[in-house]
Ligand binder design. Structure first.
Ligand SMILES: O=C(NC/C=C/[C@H]1O[C@@H](Sc2ccncc2)[C@H](O)[C@@H]1O)c1cc([N+](=O)[O-])cc(O)c1O
Ligand SMILES: [Mg+2]
Length: 214
């Protein structure tokens, strides 16, 4: 039977990355996407901006919306301080299954909690189910029309504190106009745009970094 692109990406990780070495996993996926098949990972160029935000925030608790195959999950988790954790939400069971194996190959299973389900269902349950207080960093990379409703949901559920950072992928391409309009005009956030390119292409895209002011 025909394999899927995430399954072919997983095979590339098994064949080209060293078990327990997150950076080699990231490199193997980027090589696969440049040389074989484009895929919607944040990629190496925007990934460096993600890396710099993670190291600046040095978060104890991270929430990722949209695991896909786990590329950004591995990138973030490989930079977390000891005892820090990332919760990542993935809707598609096939993507989740591949992500679990890529995360395991990177040796980061202890730092990452992958939840299968949708952000809309799970955001209201994170406190009671996982004893979460607030998130220091949230990375938004799931369905683009969910960025705004899920941000409002996180506010309502008390998951953000003064100083929490939201980092959103694809604010130009594919684009998240409603989210940008809200976050850039809300007095409760201070935002900054990081201009870059859509993964593995020369098309403009960028990340929006926003600080919740409480
Ligand atoms: O569509 C994009 N991303 C949507 C990502 C969606 C991922 O998150 C869940 S949805 C979900 C997960 C959790 N909760 C609710 C829904 C999907 O199963 C998928 O794994 C995208 C598209 C392009 N592009 O160029 O077309 C480039 C990108 O960087 C992108 O991120
Ligand atoms: Mg993206």
């Amino acid at each position: 039977t025909q394999s899927t692109r995430p399954q072919r990406m997983l095979a590339a990780v098994h064949n080209n990355a060293t078990r327990g070495d997150p950076r080699s996993v990231v490199k193997a996926i980027d090589q696969f996407c440049r040389q074989k098949e484009w895929a919607m990972n944040i990629g190496d160029e925007k990934g460096c901006i993600l890396d710099s935000v993670v190291s600046e925030v040095n978060p104890a608790m991270v929430l990722e919306l949209g695991t896909y195959c786990g590329y950004s999950t591995v990138r973030i988790a490989s930079q977390l301080p000891p005892h820090a954790k990332i919760i990542t939400l993935e809707f598609n069971p096939q993507n989740a299954a591949v992500a679990r194996q890529i995360i395991a190959w990177a040796g980061l299973g202890e730092k990452i909690k992958l939840i299968e389900g949708s952000s809309g269902d799970w955001i209201p349950k994170l406190k009671e189910q996982f004893g979460v207080d607030t998130f220091d960093l949230v990375f938004l990379d799931h369905w683009k029309d969910r960025y705004l409703p899920d941000t409002k949901l996180m506010e309502e559920c008390g998951l953000l504190r003064k100083g929490s950072i939201l980092l959103a992928d694809n604010v130009i391409c594919p684009g998240t106009p409603e989210y940008l309009e809200y976050i850039r005009n809300s007095p409760r956030y201070k935002s900054q745009y990081f201009k870059s390119h859509l993964e593995y292409t020369r098309v403009e895209d960028g990340l929006e970094k926003s600080i919740f002011l409480g």
